[in-house]
Design a protein around this ligand. Structure first.
Ligand code: SF4
Length: 181
């Protein structure tokens, strides 16, 4: 990664309906994370436990599909506050594992799990975000600029994409790095 840049890129990551495996793979960049800190400032991420999404994000990696109303609201905020939105991993790109429930009716699902089981949670519970009728990939909710496929994306393809983005180059992934799964 070029070290001649003076102004740090405002980098963020977000976690919607995913298992956090994509974020774990990001951490597997290992010592390359130190290089990353020279070029970028992490301004929002579950890894940094920053609660409020700031304005003026340059690049944001978004893990997970859009499964509930909280995800929907955050996705819309992400789009309005970020220059480059990256669909990070297969759940964000296609729905993947998170969308397995799409064949089921939401009310039937909640009744089976939480009414007929020991817990008592309903779609009317004000403390919980409402589940959307269908889980959606991120690009069906907001415009997305870049896709990094993989479940999870391996560190090499994350690094290839992130370094290109931080250096202002187009993201060109090899055929192997464009595979899902
Ligand atoms: Fe987890 Fe795979 Fe989805 Fe990433 S793409 S959130 S690793 S299930």
């Amino acid at each position: 990664m070029s070290k001649t840049r003076h102004k740090k890129i405002r980098l963020a990551t977000a976690w919607l309906g995913g298992c956090s495996g994509c974020h774990m793979s990001f951490l597997d960049l290992d010592e390359r994370l130190l290089d990353l800190t020279e070029a970028a400032e992490l301004v929002y991420s579950p890894l940094a436990d920053i609660k409020e999404l700031p304005e003026g994000i340059d690049v944001i990696l978004v893990e997970g599909a859009v499964a509930n109303t909280d995800h929907l609201k955050l996705a819309e905020q992400i789009r309005s506050r970020s220059k480059i939105v990256v669909s990070f991993g297969d759940c964000a790109a296609t729905g993947n594992v998170t969308s397995l429930r799409n064949r089921l009716d939401v009310e039937d699902l909640l009744a089976t799990v939480y009414q007929e089981g020991p817990g008592k949670i309903s779609q009317q519970d004000e403390l919980l975000p409402l589940l959307l009728p269908k889980v959606l990939p991120l690009h069906q909710v907001i415009p997305v600029n870049v896709f990094i496929p993989g479940c999870p994306p391996d560190p090499e393809r994350i690094w290839a994409a992130v370094t290109a983005l931080l250096e202002g180059r187009p993201v060109v992934l090899s055929e192997k790095m464009r595979r899902f799964g």
